[in-house]
Design a protein around this ligand. Structure first.
Ligand code: ATP
Length: 391
């Protein structure tokens, strides 16, 4: 698939921008702060309804404007769809597909798929478990948009249940009796949505793990077969169910995870930890407490990997996402935002070689020399609020 046309109004620094795009490689080049990332961020927003840089929509709307609009014409399998998203912080965002009636933003998920590489990605390896959960969940939604609903249902239930635990804890400390009947209802919801999300993540980890191992070997430009086992990259899902995770679910499995089995395990564990949960006023069990371990040999990349190895892991995760989505039947658009400036020469050219043949690659760079020669293609200069084609 590819984006044929992008138009933004009052998005970030842009009052208006209009960009005709083609399959193949397009580089947006311009000095710092000219708005290059803002443009690829808009493309990413159409695919994910979120930004890779901020958690809320407010910063996406140009200062002083009330709403931002992003329009993208997406070509997939010879068919073109026009997606229009209106971002109005504090109100419900709106979407339209092919100039039709107003739709829910979530209805556009799946029309455009992107895999975005950015300097912020280093935190997937080095940051808190939340960063790795976000990586997994975003890919999950990209593969199967219904998980956007599962995730938001889970988060809603978690919030309500945590508030209840907090007040139950306060009641108990004050000598009153906590109302635990409502808690049981919330346990049921948490286990239901939690099991769906957990099953989705476990299946995803099983599907992507081999791609990560081979992508890491490719980025590190070594032969996987001869690579010392201490340098082989692998993934392990660490569930807050711990030892209560049903047998066989700890390692990538050859079959799909069973939602009902996981639901029962979550319910059992919730019952077991309830006294601690009330004591501490927090939800201790569920996918919001899980982590994705990134391993080099037997050691976690976090805390052990060198800067270069950490970058190789990040690139491997993104490349693996690209291969997995392509294998699913919809080759995603690759977005490489300012990423080459972060890499040493060897990783830079490995990455360039590995993405050069993709259907569409959008690259941003502060200086043209940061774009590797393998990625010569269409070039735009981005300067003083204008995007001008120069090559
Ligand atoms: N909501 C907003 N309203 C107005 N301007 C904004 C908004 N959000 C960001 N900007 C401005 O956009 C500019 C940053 O744009 P962007 O991140 O796209 O730069 P860039 O060209 O990618 O630069 P770099 O090479 O440094 O990454 C900054 O000047 C910032 O002040």
């Amino acid at each position: 698939m590819y984006v044929r046309h992008l138009q933004v109004t009052d998005f970030r620094s842009w009052p208006h921008a209009d960009l005709a795009l083609e399959p193949g490689i397009t580089a947006l080049v311009g000095s710092n702060g000219q708005g290059k990332t803002n443009l690829v961020e808009a493309v990413g927003y159409v695919a994910t309804l979120g930004s890779h840089r901020v958690a809320s929509d407010a910063p996406l709307v140009r200062e002083g404007a009330g709403r931002a609009v992003v329009r993208a014409a997406v070509v997939n399998g010879g068919r073109e769809l026009l997606v229009e998203l209106e971002i109005t912080p504090g109100k419900a965002n709106r979407a339209r597909i092919n100039r039709g009636a107003a739709a829910k933003p979530r209805d556009v998920l799946g029309i455009l798929r992107t895999v975005l590489f950015a300097p912020e990605d280093l935190s997937i390896v080095r940051g808190d478990p939340g960063e790795r959960r976000r990586f997994l969940d975003e890919l999950l939604v990209s593969r199967a948009p219904r998980f956007a609903g599962v995730r938001s249902d889970y988060e809603r239930v978690l919030k309500q249940r945590s508030a209840l635990l907090k007040s139950a804890g306060a009641a108990k400390r004050g000598g009153a009796k906590a109302d635990l009947r409502t808690l049981e209802v919330w346990d049921g919801h948490l286990a239901r949505y939690g099991a769906e999300l957990l099953a989705g993540r476990l299946d995803l980890v099983a599907a992507i793990a081999p791609h990560v191992t081979s992508a890491y070997a490719n980025v590190a430009a070594t032969d996987e077969a001869t690579m010392p086992s201490s340098r082989v990259a692998s993934l392990r899902y660490r569930s807050s169910l711990g030892a209560s995770l049903p047998e066989g679910y700890g390692e990538p499995m050859g079959k799909e995870a069973d939602v009902e089995v996981l639901e029962a395990a979550l319910l059992e564990e919730l019952a077991r930890v309830r006294p601690q949960e009330i004591e501490r006023g927090v939800s201790l069990v569920g996918p919001h407490r899980d982590d994705l371990e990134l391993l080099l040999g037997e050691l976690p990349a976090k805390g052990y990997a060198s800067h270069g190895e950490s970058w190789s892991f990040v690139l491997a995760l993104r490349l693996a996402s690209y291969h997995l989505l392509t294998e699913d039947g919809a080759e995603p658009v690759l977005i490489l935002d300012d990423v080459f400036a972060e890499l040493d020469r060897r990783r830079r050219s490995r990455l360039a070689e590995l993405v050069a043949g993709a259907e569409q690659v959008l690259v941003t760079a502060a200086v043209a020399e940061d774009v590797p020669p393998e990625l010569a293609g269409v070039r735009y200069d981005v300067r003083e609020g204008e995007v001008r084609r120069v090559q």
